[in-house]
Ligand binder design. Structure first.
Ligand code: NAP
Ligand code: MG
Length: 506
């Protein structure tokens, strides 16, 4: 989900300082920066140099218990339950303002830790601020309802916070994913324990240092760093957690649903996909080529909504593959802090190996039009060439499995019905796009696509004002927009009898 809001990017960012000793971070529990009880740390890397740039606490179940206890106490007592919607809104506005003030250094840190180009990191950080602002405004717009019951009574629906939310996020948009989860939760009056991805915990830890200044009481937001098995899993099964919000792989999503079932927690899942980007012959050709490239290669393809299945009408197919491949070869890969860079390294060695493996699978399953290997000019860093496979059959592994890297599969189609059939022939349903100058055709396809987000003549712009989430195995629940706060609210029905004598049988 490449965010491309209109907000201006932060100003010039200084180049990385010479690598010194790794910076030691602490995690954030009950309003304090703390180490884990074992005092263990794990290394965090710069994927463009493969060097360790930081160390963060390697937390375990005992630390999770401490964070959940803090979040539980903050929800059940203390000042938070008495905080007004106006107060919560103001806290969120202050956080937005602080993020804007620190945008340059946050973007720099995000860029170094994740490998994404600095210009994209700047967009992400601007979107983080916008997200806090949006939910700051929404805090005072959570409305209940009067129900027209057929009696002399006043029937009300009240919206109340769900309680303690466990929030588990991935590494592709580190601080932005945290914002998508924390902002609506705070607006709703919930308390949170957030686990960043092991690869990219730095910006959210930096962000934690703004919380007290913004007026957030201790325990309302807790950040616990560590691994899926040792921090994520205990969080999900913890009986004092009321809700789990997860973004990541389908495999972990399924494990979370099973683990959350024991205590019937509310669960929302955002699980990525294999999104079709459909090009009809009547589309604007130049815009289409750019849209195909941006749709799949933005953020190195490490995007849950990546348009990784490029469906092209046969009439323009050869020309399309040729033009797209020619342009892909000109995409500038390089150090993410350089402003001209359009694609940086992948986030980690694991992700690099995984994507490289898919490149090899692709070479056997289809024809290669561009890329197919690692970037030869860089000896260090997890750089992978933007890769385009064509004449791909939709049943191939590279067309069915989420690769989460810069690997595009181009598939020809011969009719509108055929395009729809191929597009929907997937276990996923996160996003899709359709390109055509014929609005009747475009809208027919929009209606037929089984996906939570559909773009027309564009792919990837994401706005905090509009709902985000998937159909089918791309998950359930919605983030962003008014739907985003609903996922942190319960509904309480209140019946107020207005008869002096209550109705009854006795
Ligand atoms: P992942 O394993 O699903 O990780 C996402 C988050 O869940 C991380 O914070 C992870 O902890 C945590 N986690 C792992 N196991 C858990 C468990 N049993 N209980 C609770 N939390 C757990 O994703 P990944 O390993 O980072 O990436 C693998 C693949 O997932 C990618 O190649 C891609 O296909 C997909 N993915 C999708 C998205 C998306 O936006 N939809 C984002 C990232 C990845 P750790 O920090 O220890 O991993
Ligand atoms: Mg993982």
């Amino acid at each position: 989900m490449a965010s491309q809001s209109k907000t201006k990017p932060a100003k010039e960012v200084k180049a990385a300082k010479a690598v010194g000793a790794p910076r030691k971070f602490k995690m954030y529990i009950n309003g304090e920066f703390v180490e884990g009880h074992r005092r263990a740390f794990f290394p965090v890397y710069d994927p463009s140099t493969e060097q360790v740039i930081a160390e963060v606490p390697d937390a375990d179940e005992q630390d999770v218990n401490r964070a959940v206890a803090a979040a539980r106490a903050a929800f059940d007592s203390g000042p938070w339950p008495q905080t007004t919607a106006q107060d919560r809104g103001r806290i969120l506005f202050r956080l937005a303002e602080r993020v804007r003030k620190e945008a340059a250094s946050l973007a720099n840190l995000e860029c170094r830790n994740s490998g994404k180009p600095i210009t994209e990191a700047e967009y992400d950080i601007a979107d983080v601020a916008t997200c806090f602002e949006y939910y700051g405004g929404m805090a005072t717009k959570v409305l209940g309802q009067v129900n027209p019951v057929p009696d002399n009574a006043l029937s009300l629906s009240l919206r109340e916070p769900i309680g303690v939310a466990a929030q588990i996020i991935p590494w592709n948009f580190p601080l932005l994913m945290a914002a998508w989860k924390l902002a609506p939760a705070i607006a709703a009056g919930c308390t949170c324990v957030l686990k960043p991805a092991e690869q990219t915990p730095l910006t959210v830890l930096e962000f934690a240092s703004y919380l007290t200044d913004a007026g957030l009481p201790p325990g309302v937001v807790n950040i616990v760093t560590g691994f899926g098995e040792t921090v994520g899993a205990p969080l999900v099964r913890h009986p004092d957690v009321d809700k789990v919000a997860f973004t990541g792989s389908g495999e972990v999503g399924k494990a979370i649903v099973k683990a959350a079932a024991d205590t019937l927690k509310r669960v929302t899942l955002e699980l990525g996909g294999k999104s079709p980007n459909i090009f009809f012959a009547d589309a604007d050709f130049e815009a289409a080529i750019d849209g195909a490239l941006f749709g799949v290669f933005v953020n190195q393809g490490e995007v849950c909504s990546a348009g990784s299945r490029i469906l092209v009408e046969k009439k323009i197919y050869p020309k399309f593959v040729e033009a797209m491949s020619a342009k892909a070869k000109t995409i500038r890969l390089g150090p993410p802090l350089e402003r001209e860079t359009k694609m940086g390294p992948l986030v980690s060695k694991d992700q690099f190996d995984r994507v490289r493996a898919y490149q090899e699978i692709g070479k056997k399953e289809a024809k290669t039009a561009a890329g197919g290997g690692r970037l030869a000019s860089q000896s260090k860093g997890y750089y992978v060439e933007p890769t385009i496979f064509y004449d791909v059959d939709n049943s191939a592994r590279i067309a069915r499995e989420e690769i989460f890297g810069p690997v595009a599969t181009v598939i020809p189609f011969d009719s509108e019905a055929n395009a729809i059939k191929i597009a929907n022939d997937t276990q996923f349903g996160l996003a899709a796009a359709v390109w055509s100058r014929d609005i009747f055709k475009a809208f027919r396809v929009v209606k037929a696509l089984r996906a939570g987000i559909v773009w027309v003549n564009h792919m990837q712009p994401t706005y905090v004002e509009a709902p985000w989430g998937g159909y089918k195995q791309s998950g359930f629940g919605r983030e962003l927009g008014p739907n985003g706060i609903d996922e942190y609210l319960e509904t309480k029905q209140v019946h107020i009898n207005l008869n002096e004598q209550p109705i009854g049988w006795y």
